[in-house]
Design a protein around this ligand. Structure first.
Ligand code: MTE
Ligand code: MOS
Length: 727
């Protein structure tokens, strides 16, 4: 690397390379295999080599381009099949087996083999990756980071600078979206900024522009699954074997737990009595893939949904009938392939109610009539369920802390370990504290997430943050309320049962005073008005060597019906209508939760229909801007829709106010859209055609699939259209 021209460029203050990293040149979390600045070996096109600091952003970008870098090309493995052929993985292959899948397959009355392919996804958070590093006294470093995981950024910055954790403070006020893309990736940005701040002794702001962000940072894993399924003539699955492989990129990052979750969600809502899943974590010379809403779960669920859909097509049955036939039971057939009992199975209830309210059966009939009469624009419909496990599969991460201060004017400052990225966590946790003190929400202020206030936090991820931080904040608030209650009891000579906190007031038998008055008096009586709170999720245990146990505290459920139109001449698809019924337990905040359901669903629709990551033969990502990478917009929301939360079913587990996590599960409702497109395409083939539809179902993918759906019928269809045109 010749960086002299960079340094000589106008406005440039400094250049930093691997040699400028005083500590460990690595930001890998689980495995230390992610260099901050590549040193000698570049394993993907887009790997960071050096950083430039300049007086302005424009000057830094212009200077960076002047670097002279000589590469010696090495052989590269660029996709999953190539990695499988070369047998290269970032982590050892895992095998999860129950029953006697191979034997039962041999005896099954029906058997089907096939392949499922599902693409990756860029997070496309509206705010890109960004960090500011500010050198402090005594070797301290303060980092403002757009991160879901401030504690990890703190550790990695400390390691990179060869400092101690207590010298580094990381704050995150909020993110302009994270979606899993700011779980591990921000550590790279923060560490590079901190290294430069250390080198120059000046504050450094590092912001990636959109193209660089898309090229340089990890995405959702694309997956490939070769399956072999045996079933009976009622559509019931008897045995299943799946070779599941994902593109992990050049390093491990979170690929271990992402692929574990894919294996553990390959059942979705279905009882798989005899099953074998072999999961390969393929190493490719592309960007290292990472967390993305659903964390591997969605990919596993697409696999089983396509298998169930195919079984129905082979048997000439309604896919919903086959789905129902395979659902986990409520009393029997209710143990997952990893050994967890499905205790409060809401799938039957949700699916029955939704099928009814959405008019699934009548609409299916009408669509069949439409398709019989319409040669060009075909329609399709599908109902798919969601069952998603809530908790980090790594049991230790299921803990949280909070810090609550009550000031003498009766206002409350709340800090907890979770981060806000638009999912509404800060509002929900503030609601909990307001409820515990009987105060209006306006009395609670949530401070930025800060590693110097609540230490050793887990990432805000796995949808568990309101469960975890809500409970931790509740514990802190209850500790203070307990002391205040004690004080009131002594002051008014009443029993604890006579004291209550409501509407900004505190009632003690017949007497009452404002919360602020009470707090003022308690302060003067030297009562502590500050407390930490801590929570650890009960009941969970999981052995990651045997892949068995109870990894999840509970399951969240949902179901969706999508209806689509497919233009068979252009391959374009349109989502015409969606009906969603989603389980949020006793919702902490229905407005926020409905927002999560709608946003999650549409983000899933983008993943499965329009967002395509495309690498050229040199392994360069060519879809790295909105000009070529198509996220859905508000205009893609269907004109007919209904989104509802399931009422009257509080969480059967004791979560915060019996609510359920809602951040990720709704994304998987979008599988109904993919299956509806498949349904529309199937109508173009002969009876029992099996469309080989890959995701994302872009117009190109739809056309490719239409060509193969059933060659004879396609010729017939085109001939029919021509005849019409002639007439
Ligand atoms: N919603 C918005 N608006 N922005 C986001 O970045 N991230 C999702 C989900 N909903 C996200 C979002 C992801 S990936 C997760 S894991 C959860 O929110 C995290 O927050 P929670 O644990 O509070 O649900
Ligand atoms: Mo979410 S993928 O667990 O950040």
């Amino acid at each position: 690397m010749d960086l002299a021209p960079v340094l000589a460029s106008a406005g440039v203050v400094a250049v930093a390379t691997a040699a400028d990293v005083p500590g460990e040149n690595n930001y890998g979390s689980a495995v230390h295999d992610d260099p901050i600045f590549a040193a000698g070996l570049v394993e993907y096109a887009g790997a960071p080599l050096f950083a430039v600091a300049a007086a302005t952003y424009g000057a830094a970008r212009a200077a960076a381009r002047r670097a002279k870098v000589d590469y010696e090309p090495l052989p590269a493995i660029l996709d999953i099949r190539a990695a499988l052929a070369a047998n290269t993985t970032v982590l050892p292959t895992q095998r999860l087996v129950r029953g006697r899948p191979h034997e039962v397959l041999e005896q099954a009355p029906h058997r089907l083999k096939g392949t499922v392919r599902v693409g990756g996804q860029d997070h496309f958070y509206l705010e890109g990756q960004i960090a500011i590093a500010l050198p402090q006294e005594d070797g301290g470093m303060l980092v403002h980071s757009s991160t879901q995981h401030p504690s990890e950024v703190q550790q990695i910055v400390a390691h990179a600078l060869a400092r101690r954790a207590n010298q580094v403070t990381v704050q995150c006020r909020r993110m302009g979206g994270g979606f899993g893309g700011k779980e591990t990736q921000p550590a790279l940005i923060a560490a590079a900024a901190a290294v430069m701040a250390h080198k120059t002794g000046r504050p450094i702001k590092l912001r990636l522009d959109r193209d660089t962000d898309m090229v340089m940072t990890g995405k959702r894993h694309d997956f490939l699954a070769d399956y072999d399924v045996g079933f009976d003539s009622s559509g019931r699955i008897l045995a299943l074997t799946v070779m599941l492989a994902s593109r992990c990129g050049y390093s491990a990052d979170l690929s271990g737990p992402v692929n574990d979750r894919a294996m553990m969600h390959l059942d979705n809502a279905y009882f798989l009595e005899n099953v074998e899943i072999i999961s390969h974590r393929c190493k490719t010379h592309t960007v290292s893939n990472t967390a993305f809403r659903g964390f591997g779960g969605p990919q596993g669920m697409v696999v089983i949904e396509q298998i169930v859909d195919s079984i129905a097509r082979v048997l000439g049955m309604d896919p919903l009938v086959v789905r129902r036939r395979n659902f986990y039971g409520t009393h029997d057939r209710n143990v997952t392939h990893y050994g967890q009992v499905v205790e409060d199975n809401l799938v039957h209830l949700l699916v029955d109610r939704l099928a009814e309210s959405a008019g699934y059966r009548e609409r299916r009939k009408r669509i069949a009539e439409w398709n019989a009469a319409q040669p060009i624009v075909r329609r399709g419909i599908a109902l798919t369920p969601v069952k998603f496990g809530i908790s980090f599969t790594a049991t230790m991460f299921n803990q949280a802390g909070a810090l609550v201060h009550v000031y003498t004017d009766g206002t409350v400052l709340l800090n907890h370990g979770g981060t806000e990225m638009g999912q509404g966590l800060f509002t929900k946790v503030a609601q909990v504290v307001a409820t515990e003190f009987g105060l209006p929400l306006a009395a609670i202020r949530v401070s930025a997430t800060d590693t110097s206030k609540v230490p050793n936090t887990s990432a805000t991820a796995a949808s568990a943050s309101s469960d975890l931080n809500g409970k931790a904040a509740q514990a802190a608030a209850q500790a203070i309320r307990g002391r205040l209650t004690q004080f009131v009891c002594e002051k008014f000579s009443v029993g604890e049962a006579d004291v209550s906190f409501r509407d900004g007031l505190v009632f003690a038998g017949p007497q009452k005073l404002t919360f602020a008055e009470l707090v003022g008096e308690a302060y003067r009586a030297r009562v502590s008005l500050s407390s930490t709170g801590f929570y650890r999720t009960p009941k969970i245990e999981y052995d990651k060597n045997t892949l068995r146990g109870r990894p999840f505290f509970y399951f969240a459920y949902g179901a969706a019906v999508s209806e689509v139109a497919v233009d068979t001449l252009t391959g374009e698809t349109q989502l015409l209508r969606v009906d969603i019924l989603h389980d949020a337990g006793r919702s902490l905040n229905p407005a926020i939760d409905l927002g999560q359901v709608e946003g999650g669903f549409l983000q899933g629709v983008g993943w499965l229909t329009s967002e395509e990551l495309w690498w050229n033969e040199q392994g360069e990502l060519r879809t790295h801007a909105p000009s070529t990478y198509k996220i859905p917009t508000a205009r893609d929301w269907p004109s007919h829709w209904s989104v509802e939360l399931l009422e009257g079913r509080p969480n059967s587990e004791e979560t915060i106010y019996r609510s359920k996590a809602v951040g990720e599960p709704p994304l998987m409702l979008a599988i109904s859209t993919l299956m509806a497109i498949r349904d529309a395409i199937a109508s173009c083939g002969s009876d029992r055609a099996l469309p080989d539809l890959t995701a994302p179902a872009t117009p190109e993918a739809v056309l490719r699939c239409l060509e193969n759906v059933d060659a004879g019928t396609i010729v017939y269809r085109v001939a029919a259209v021509d005849a019409e045109a002639d007439a």
